[in-house]
Structures are given as structure tokens and as C-alpha cells.
Design a protein around this ligand. Structure first.
Ligand SMILES: NC(=O)c1ccc[n+]([C@@H]2O[C@H](COP(=O)([O-])OP(=O)(O)OC[C@H]3O[C@@H](n4cnc5c(N)ncnc54)[C@H](OP(=O)(O)O)[C@@H]3O)[C@@H](O)[C@H]2O)c1
Length: 326
């Protein structure tokens, strides 16, 4: 059984491990819908309830894939999707749009693709610099009122913007990158979430696979987005892979895999985690991590060995970094 936590002050109790579905449509190489559907079904059988998607993952493909799963026995699920990143042409092919008109239109499109009457959790994928968050929140609050979304969330938002948004309408959850590779959230966002009663959902809790101990850049397809992320390039990548010794040692001592220890560390911080995978074997391994109890000493060793900033290279390109902490 996966332990549960309440999702903020107004949300349901949910299993702490969800499933990140992004890689089933885009960003991490080859995809196979039938294989992904098998992973979704198995996740549900094993007790996963929170399924994480976004309208931009595969330009709607990911939401449509989830709809196939929901139509085929995926009852009692909790669907989280996101709005606010519009794919565009150009070098960094996207723009951030939090305008009320766009949000209303994108919400209707997500509802239609997902084939549901109401979205359980609707995240603003990135806050738009220069647009008052109050304007965006008013539009989202209207969608709650209209019954199209049940709850509002934010991804990669700054603590200041989060406070302003929460003052307009309760925010249920913040989803941002959090793992042994990326601990920036501990400075401001995690304490702010705790103070305001907002749930925190850790995305990329395996450091996009870096913490698995089996990551090999040479095996990535040409289209894999990680090839362009500073943390994964050239000697930086080699240096980062060399940092996994403590993780591997604790994994050996616990008869677990490095991925399981990395996930257990995130869960020990009292947050939700949504590891992503397209494979049944990884899924089962990751869910078993919910039963792995690290000792206080294990956690202290990991905290010390992977202090904030110990992995080299930014987690996004310079353009991508402009969208975080807004
Ligand atoms: N809000 C945002 O801006 C944002 C950004 C990124 C991600 N997310 C969400 O967070 C979810 C998870 O993040 P993520 O997928 O980027 O990163 P992640 O969960 O840290 O890592 C996923 C990668 O690790 C591999 N992997 C998973 N379990 C493994 C295991 N037990 N052993 C070895 N390798 C394993 C996966 O391989 P395979 O693909 O081969 O299975 C994939 O390459 C996404 O699916 C998405 O829903 C949100």
C-alpha cells in the first residue's frame, strides 16, 4: 500500500506516489501508446491515483492517451493537468500565456481531450512575467465556480507570486522540480507551502533519470530533450554521474536501487512525488520505494552528500530558466 497524504487543506487524501505521464508523449525519446497504456493500468492496479499530464505534452497527445486509459477502467483517478505554455515556432519553441481568454479556451480543450467533466487539479504550468497573477487567478476562480476545474495549482512559481495568488483564491498544490539533484525549493517554496497549507508535488524526483544509477547519455535518442539540458551535457554530465557514490552505498545497504533510495528521500520530506516512466519494470520498482523506510542516519547522509547546489549545471537552458521562480 502506498501511504497517503492530504492534498493541501481542501483536497482529498491521495497516495504520495503519483505517475508522471510526460515521457509517454514527448521529451524522452521513443514512445509506444500500447506500452504506456499498460503502464497506466498497472499503476492504477498498484494503487496510484494521481496521474500527471499537461496540455502541451505531445501537443495534446498525453491528455488523449489518459482519456483512453480513463475510458478503459481507469476509475477513481485524480487527474492533474496544466495550462500556460503554448508551443510556438522559433529557437525555444514556446511562449508563456496566462491570459484569461487563453486559459478559458485551453481548459475547454483539455476537458474535451481528457473526456472528463471536471479537472481534479489545474496547474498554471509557468507564471507569465509581467502579467498580474490576480488577473490569472480570477479566471481560474471562475473555472472553479463553473465546475470545470476542482482545484488550482502552480508549477515553478515564486513564493511571492504564490502568496498573491493564494490571497485571491486558495491554491491547493505547487508542483516543482525537487530531488537530490535539485533542492532549490527548500529555501522558500517548501516553507511557504507548509505555512499556507499548500501541498507540494515533486516533479522529476529522479533528477530526470540521473539518480537511477543506470543513466547513459549514449543510449538517449537524438530527440531526447536531456541532450540540451546543461546538467546533462559533456563533462558536466560525467561529473554529475561521479557524484552518485553515497546514493549507491545506501542503496546497497538497504538492498534497494538508487532510484528507490532517491524516491524514498523525497517522500521522507513529507511531499508527493510523481516519478515518470514508460516501463512496467521501472514503475513497479518505483512504487516499491514507497515501502522503503530510510533511517534518520541515511537521510542525514544524503542531505550532507547532496547539499543544495552539489550537482553542476543548470536544470534548464537559459531560456527555460526564465520561466522558473516568476
Ligand atoms: N511542471 C513541470 O514543469 C514538469 C517538468 C518536468 C516533468 N514534470 C512532470 O513530472 C513527471 C516526472 O518527471 P520526469 O519524467 O521529468 O523525471 P523523473 O521522474 O525524475 O525521471 C524520469 C526518467 O527516469 C527514468 N526512470 C524512471 N524510473 C526509473 C527506474 N526505476 N530506474 C531507472 N530509470 C528510471 C525514466 O525512464 P523511461 O522514460 O525509459 O521510463 C525517465 O527517463 C513528468 O512525467 C511530468 O508529469 C513536470
Amino acid at each position: 500500500m502506498i501511504p497517503t497524504l492530504p492534498l493541501g487543506t481542501d483536497g482529498p487524501k491521495l497516495p504520495v506516489l503519483g505517475l508522471g505521464c510526460m515521457g509517454m508523449s514527448e521529451f524522452y525519446g521513443e514512445t509506444d501508446d500500447e506500452q504506456s497504456l499498460a503502464v497506466l493500468r498497472r499503476a492504477h492496479e498498484l494503487g496510484v491515483r494521481m496521474f500527471d499530464t499537461a496540455d502541451m505534452y505531445g501537443n495534446g497527445h498525453n491528455e488523449e492517451l489518459l482519456a483512453r486509459f480513463l475510458n478503459d477502467g481507469g476509475a477513481k483517478t485524480f487527474i492533474a493537468t496544466k495550462v500556460g505554455i503554448r508551443k510556438a515556432s522559433g529557437e525555444y519553441a514556446r511562449t508563456i500565456d496566462n491570459s484569461p481568454d487563453y486559459i478559458r479556451q485551453a481548459c475547454d480543450a483539455s476537458l474535451q481531450r481528457l473526456g472528463v467533466e471536471r479537472i481534479d487539479l489545474y496547474y498554471v504550468h509557468r507564471a507569465e512575467a509581467g502579467r498580474p497573477i490576480e488577473e490569472t487567478m480570477a479566471a481560474l476562480a471562475d473555472l472553479v465556480q463553473a465546475g470545470k476545474i476542482a482545484r488550482i495549482g502552480f508549477s515553478e512559481v515564486s513564493a511571492e507570486t504564490l502568496r498573491r495568488a493564494h490571497a485571491v483564491h486558495p491554491v491547493t498544490a505547487v508542483q516543482s522540480e525537487y530531488s537530490l539533484t535539485t533542492r532549490d525549493m527548500e529555501a522558500e517554496i517548501l516553507p511557504t507551502c507548509r505555512e499556507l497549507g499548500i501541498a507540494f508535488v515533486a516533479y522529476s524526483p529522479l533528477g530526470r533519470g540521473l539518480l537511477s544509477g543506470t543513466f547513459d547519455l549514449d543510449n538517449l535518442s537524438e530527440s531526447d530533450v536531456r541532450r540540451n539540458l546543461p546538467r546533462f551535457t559533456g563533462t558536466t554530465m560525467e561529473e554529475n554521474l561521479d557524484r552518485l557514490d553515497t546514493l549507491r552505498t545506501i542503496a546497497d545497504q538497504r538492498e534497494a536501487t538508487p532510484s528507490q533510495v532517491a524516491l524514498a528521500w523525497v517522500l521522507a520530506k513529507g511531499v508527493f512525488a510523481i516519478p515518470g516512466t514508460k516501463r512496467l519494470s521501472y514503475l513497479e520498482q518505483n512504487i516499491a520505494a514507497a515501502s522503503l523506510r530510510l533511517s534518520a542516519d541515511d537521510i542525514a547522509r544524503l542531505d550532507r552528500a547532496y547539499a543544495p547546489g552539489s550537482f553542476t549545471g543548470e536544470r534548464y537552458t537559459a531560456e527555460g530558466m526564465k520561466g522558473v521562480n516568476v
